[in-house]
Design a protein around this ligand. Structure first.
Ligand SMILES: [Zn+2]
Length: 101
């Protein structure tokens, strides 16, 4: 089910990105259209990355990228009380600050 959602979203993003590229290329002359398109995609990827990061807020890139897919390879340690856990927030003190260990 998650894979299907991911696929649907990926196709949707590809269709939207092609639409944006064509629209930009139609209205802006060649060398500048590329700059605009690249700028749009860079900020867009950044925005998507930020959105994905919200799920595992406070974690580094490695932890947030691996946590939705692999459930057993990464452990988190609460930065407030040091409890080892795999939840979004610490089950003991509720803090969302954690580090990967
Ligand atoms: Zn804690």
């Amino acid at each position: 089910m998650e894979n299907r959602d991911f696929l649907t979203q990926s196709i949707m993003w590809i269709v939207i990105s092609i639409g944006i590229s064509i629209t930009v290329a139609m209205f802006i002359p060649f060398p500048y259209s590329w700059i605009v398109i690249i700028g749009i995609f860079l900020s867009w990827n950044y925005w998507r990355f930020r959105k994905m990061n919200k799920m595992g807020s406070g974690v580094g890139m490695f932890g947030s990228l691996s946590s939705p897919f692999s459930g057993n390879s990464v452990n988190y340690y609460c930065m407030s009380c040091g409890t080892k856990h795999r939840e979004a927030a610490c089950p003991r003190c509720g803090s969302k600050m954690k580090r990967v260990g």
